[in-house]
Design a protein around this ligand. Structure first.
Ligand code: KG4
Ligand code: ZN
Length: 414
């Protein structure tokens, strides 16, 4: 039974007739014989409605995405019922567009893979409900997807990467370091104890009113900070990286956020401007904030690499660090991580920016990975629920903390 919470319960599910009409709209018969298995991936865990068709070898046959960023920028953050409504309005078109672009008829699909955890309850509910109807009509296997697992495995679509590898996932909703030992075999080394770095960057960008900045008005908070930071001087502000004394791989961003907020208030007083106007020192603040979180993320990742090396958990001849999630598209943070991987003889790999942020391709690819490994392929949809909160893998962060590895100081000349 599909469990939807109260608000999601009023979701106007596509009626059976609508679904038939939707399926009938695919009257094309490509005549093409697909030799490989094909997976349709559907993503609605946060504020992007996305779908893609990917084949077994990693060919992306079609994709479509509807981003809600502009709407949420105007309201100053994601309002879950608004996100839900936008997913409802767009999901059918987005799935249809991805299928049409792929020239695959729904009957040719091998399976449908959909994000069911973790994420915003109201958003997850729309994707799951739509997918279950499709699965029911088409009589296809269903593959439930963990959003963070999908981010972690994306690199295997673009690069030849064998297990095990270390992954750093940094986005608007997540921040974690994990060892990936197999398609669904993860060891969690550390995570954020409070908010995610993307969330912090979004909050700082909002506080700096960057939406009013002519160069940044359509950018996400993180992208706006990266853009503005290029024009600023990071040395004009001295924010201390968090958790310097904690010898583990956990992260924290809310204390730093509080310090930055206070600094912005002080600067507004000094410059004699009102909250909502853009500070003349906004670019310097952006540069310093970006530098501080880059150092924090680099240091925790450095410790994770040393821990894995100490326990012989990574491939000795080619230890790989993969970085993904929306914040991983930040080139300054990537540079900081490059300094760490150079110092530890690791290879740093990042998916291209468009595959770092949420997309349907990573969900379809996760479906392919699970199909190939024979893991979590469901032939009955009974009892499937979405899970707003869901950890990734087995948590060994306590053991990491107990190892108390001292990280050598690196010069962060970026
Ligand atoms: O992975 P994603 O698309 O969605 C989540 O699962 O959260 O990540 C979105 C987050 C937002 O917080 C956004 O501000 C941040 O990624 N982001 C960036 C950059 N581009 C997007 N942060 C830093 N630098 C960027 N260039
Ligand atoms: Zn994400």
């Amino acid at each position: 039974m599909l469990i939807l919470n109260k608000t999601a319960g009023v979701f106007s599910k596509p009626s059976k007739r609508n679904m038939y009409e939707f399926l009938r709209s695919f009257n094309f018969h490509s005549g093409k014989l697909f030799l490989h298995k094909l997976v349709l991936g559907i993503e609605t865990s946060c504020d992007d409605t996305a779908a893609a068709v990917v084949d077994e070898t990693g060919n992306v046959l079609g994709e479509a995405i509807h981003s809600q960023t502009e709407v949420h920028l105007k309201t100053g953050g994601i309002i879950p019922p608004v996100a839900q409504q936008l997913h409802r309005e767009n999901i059918q078109r987005i799935v249809q567009d991805a299928l049409s672009a792929s020239k695959v008829s729904p009957s040719e699909l091998s399976a449908i893979a959909t994000t069911i955890k973790p994420g915003l309850a109201l958003s997850l509910g729309v994707g799951l409900s739509f997918s279950l109807q499709l699965v029911d009509q088409l009589k296809k296997p269903f593959i439930p997807i963990h959003h963070m697992e999908a981010h972690a495995l994306t690199i295997r679509l673009t690069n030849k990467v064998e297990f095990p590898f270390l992954v750093l996932l940094i986005s608007g909703g997540h921040c974690l370091l994990a060892l990936v030992r197999g398609v669904s075999d993860f060891l969690l080394l550390g995570k954020s104890l409070d908010i995610a770095p993307g969330d912090m960057l979004d909050k700082v960008a909002r506080r700096l009113s960057l939406i009013k900045h002519p160069e940044c008005s359509t950018m996400s908070g993180g992208k706006a900070i990266e853009h503005l930071a290029k024009q600023g001087n990071k040395l004009h502000f001295d924010f201390k990286p968090p958790m310097q004394r904690a010898r583990n791989c956990d992260f924290s961003f809310s204390g730093l956020h509080h310090v930055i907020d206070k600094m912005i208030m002080q600067k507004e007083k000094e410059e004699g401007i009102e909250k909502g106007q853009i500070l003349s020192s906004a670019a310097d603040i952006a540069a310093a904030v970006q530098h501080t979180i880059a150092c924090h993320i680099a240091k925790r990742t450095h410790r994770a690499i040393l821990f894995c090396k100490q326990r012989d958990l990574l491939c000795q001849s080619n230890a790989v660090l993969v970085v993904s999630g929306g914040v991983a598209s930040n080139l300054y943070i990537r540079k900081a991580l490059e300094i760490v991987t150079d110092a530890t003889q690791c290879t740093l790999l990042c998916p291209p920016p468009r595959l770092c942020t949420d997309n349907g391709i990573m969900i379809a690819w996760n479906g392919v990975e699970r199909l190939r490994a024979g893991l979590g392929i469901l032939h009955s949809t009974e009892g499937i629920r979405y899970e707003p909160k869901c950890p990734l893998g087995a948590d060994i962060s306590k053991e990491v903390g107990e190892a108390a590895i001292k990280v050598p100081r690196l010069k962060m000349k970026i």
